[in-house]
Design a protein around this ligand. Structure first.
Ligand code: 5GP
Length: 121
């Protein structure tokens, strides 16, 4: 049987988290290694390995959840970055779908965004 991911163990109450918002379907908590003054992870309680496997109907609900979270944190006004690493090449480490919500300062442009795809060929 597949071993539970850290985030499934958090949902099950087997591991602690610093919770910010929760409803029946989703949970949001502080990232253990924050890379911005505000760095929150939002996850569905149901297991999906990554974004590629996610249920579009649940994604619609998750959109509302993340928007509500942004208002709660005051990020709706100042802005934020929303990231979901998906699969090996993205550097995904925890294989339970999650969105990073980063904010609280002017975020530097990511190097990957500046990469020139032409240079790869
Ligand atoms: P990924 O690289 O998979 O997109 O991001 C995984 C994130 O989970 C990382 O930012 C990492 O700091 C965070 N993380 C890993 N283990 C834990 C944990 O036990 N608790 C919390 N709150 N965050 C974790």
């Amino acid at each position: 049987m597949r071993e539970k991911t850290i985030f499934e163990r958090i949902v099950a109450g087997e591991l602690p988290c610093n919770k910010v918002l929760e409803d029946n379907d989703f949970l949001a908590f502080h990232d253990i290694h924050p890379r911005a003054p505000i760095h929150i992870l939002a996850i569905p309680k149901k297991h999906f390995k990554d974004f590629q496997e996610f249920d579009p109907e649940l994604m619609a609900k998750m959109t509302l959840f993340i928007q509500k979270l942004a208002v709660l944190l005051g990020l709706d006004k100042s802005g934020y970055r929303l990231i979901s690493n998906c699969g090996k090449n993205s550097g995904q480490e925890v294989f339970h779908l999650h969105f990073h919500i980063l904010g609280g300062f002017e975020l530097p442009k990511d190097k990957a965004e500046q990469a020139n795809p032409q240079a790869l060929f």
